[in-house]
Design a binder for this molecule. Structure first.
Ligand code: DON
Length: 554
């Protein structure tokens, strides 16, 4: 509906605070899967708002992108309500089971047991996504879950066609998927990765979703589904108990805020490290007149600010309900000034020590961005962590469990699958949320509002930085999502970069400055971005060319 009837226009304008022109279109959605984007638009067309569409998109992604996110996982939903400008981050992050303890993944010698926090039910935190969707619907949506979950229930029951991305992810995790009968049945055909266009049906997941549609939060966390989840996890060697599920709560958290070159950044709060690390990097970069440097020196500076912000991540950050963190200081521009003091223009700063890197690269987790015609906005990053999470489907539920426990620091200094290290602040404790890098973000400029985010493990935050630098240079969503990426996370002390992100001359010069380089075979990330131009009310969007997603403005 490109040209709404005049009286509708008037109604919309009366709804909005003065000075904010309504979006010209009905809404914009960018997500990692076309079926999710389309289902979200259908909900907007039925009179749902961005928050209703957010429920639908997350639920459909749980069905058609099981390797990335799902009801057995968690995430963060950054919300902006147009009516009163209220902003909040819904924290639907997984929690450690109550029977977990700090040495859960160590052997008798105190060494990390390989794979234990990545594969099988012991790797799974208590899911937060079902609770978050029920909360989102009840507190912010207009439509009942019976409506907003309907497209996901249908796709789970009737099936969806396998695409190339599904095949790659299943191939990667094939050995683990084969370990568990319910996983094999749900995601493989004849014990093998299904061929292209084969139809994957998930009737048990459809039934679990139907219970959620009927009973909301309790349909998952109490009663038969909860009982099956606990029994299934325990029978396969896990440690969940009924109170783990009964006690799970979504937490509404104040987003983290900062500024860069006159743009207002609103981003994920702890237990995500995303907003803090992003704002720290931007605060540091604001100390330099980036435009005046040749490209290789700009890249050197960007790497040096990444190094410093990720170092603080490892040292200070964890679950705010368990750890005291100097958040205000970490995002203070004066603190950033201190961090940049030892940056040298002609030499890399060595990171202090070098743990064994893992070299593993994730292509899972998911992000979607939504803006509706009233100006409500959702930026959501969701995850089951590694591709297909723990690869464990709980029998009788259709629920594939996450392996988010790997985001804890299993032992101080021991790198996780993303090579991230941590210490006390992110040690395992019963009921604690593991530190995340997911960074759903809003950026407000003179012209309008950007909504963006991406999956990509530890590299999520540096991808947001690249996106925002592209925005600061005047580009639109296409430019943010397609910008070539490079990354440094303090440890391991290397610059990882996509093909084409550093030309041979830049590579040579960076090595001369003392940087170590790690070229990657392929691109990474899957950014979903929207822009609402407030001057002309126009919406635009883009889905990362590295993925199979779709951005639609209607
Ligand atoms: O919360 C986190 O930071 C991770 N579990 C996200 C994992 C991820 O993005 C994997 N994608 N490649």
């Amino acid at each position: 509906m490109r040209h709404p009837r005049p009286f509708l226009w008037l109604l919309l304008l009366l709804w909005l605070p003065p000075g904010l022109p309504a979006a010209q279109e009905r809404g914009a959605i960018a997500s990692a899967h076309p079926l999710a984007t389309e289902a979200g638009h259908a909900i907007l067309a039925q009179g749902g708002n961005a928050f209703d569409a957010a429920v639908t998109v997350a639920a459909v992604l749980a069905v058609v992108e099981p390797y990335s996110s799902g009801m057995g996982g968690g995430g963060f939903w950054l919300l902006h309500r147009a009516r009163d400008g209220f902003e909040v981050m819904l924290d639907g992050r997984e929690r450690a089971p109550l029977a977990a303890h700090r040495d859960l993944y160590l052997d008798s010698k105190g060494e990390v047991v390989p794979g234990l926090s990545v594969n099988g039910p012991l790797a799974a935190g208590i899911p937060g996504q079902p609770a978050a969707l029920a909360h989102l619907a009840a507190r912010y949506g207009r439509l009942p879950l019976a409506r907003t979950l309907a497209p996901a229930i249908r796709l789970a029951r009737e099936g969806f066609p396998v695409d190339g991305h599904y095949r790659r992810m299943a191939e990667w995790r094939l050995e683990q998927l084969r370990q568990w009968p319910a996983s094999k049945q749900q995601f493989l055909i004849d014990d093998a990765v299904p061929p292209l266009d084969a139809v994957v049906r998930q009737p048990q997941l459809a039934e679990t979703l139907r219970r959620m549609a009927e009973q909301g939060h309790d349909g998952f966390y109490r009663g038969p589904v909860a009982e099956r989840l606990v029994a299934g996890v325990r029978a396969a060697g896990g440690i969940w108990q009924l109170p783990d599920l009964a006690e799970y709560r979504v937490v509404e958290r104040e987003p983290v805020r900062g500024e860069y070159r006159g743009m207002k950044i609103t981003s994920a709060a702890p237990p995500s490290s995303g907003g803090i690390v992003l704002i720290s990097m931007l605060n540091q970069l604001a100390r330099f007149d980036l435009d005046k440097y040749p490209s290789v020196q700009r890249k050197h500076l960007v790497v040096e600010v990444m190094r410093r912000a990720y170092r603080d991540r490892a040292e200070y950050l964890g679950d705010p309900d368990f750890v005291d963190m100097p958040v205000a200081r970490l995002i203070d521009p004066d603190y950033a000034a201190g961090l940049t003091r030892d940056i040298q223009l002609d030499a890399a700063t060595p990171s202090r020590y070098q743990p064994a890197g893992t070299g593993l690269e994730g292509q899972d987790t998911t992000h979607y961005s939504i803006i509706d015609a009233e100006g409500n906005r959702v930026s959501a990053t969701l995850s089951v962590n590694y591709p297909f999470g723990s690869c464990f489907v709980v029998p009788g539920t259709g629920i594939l469990l996450n392996d988010e426990m790997d985001d804890f620091s299993a032992r101080p200094g021991a790198p996780n699958v993303y090579g991230l290290v941590g210490g006390e602040a992110n040690a395992i404790e019963p009921g604690k949320r593991m530190l995340s890098s997911m960074t759903p973000t809003f950026v407000e400029t003179d012209q309008g509002v950007a909504v963006l985010g991406t999956p990509g493990g530890s590299r999520i935050i540096s991808m947001l930085l690249h996106g925002i630098l592209a925005l600061a240079e005047g580009g639109g969503p296409e430019a943010w999502v397609s910008r070539p990426r490079y990354h440094h996370q303090y440890l391991p002390d290397v610059i990882q970069f996509e093909p084409g992100a550093l030309d041979t001359d830049e590579q040579r010069q960076l090595m001369e400055l003392g940087h170590k380089l790690k070229p990657l075979d392929s691109g990474y990330g899957n950014m979903q971005a929207l822009f609402w131009n407030r001057q002309d009310g126009h919406l635009s969007g883009a889905s990362d060319p590295r993925g199979i997603g779709k951005a639609v403005v209607e």
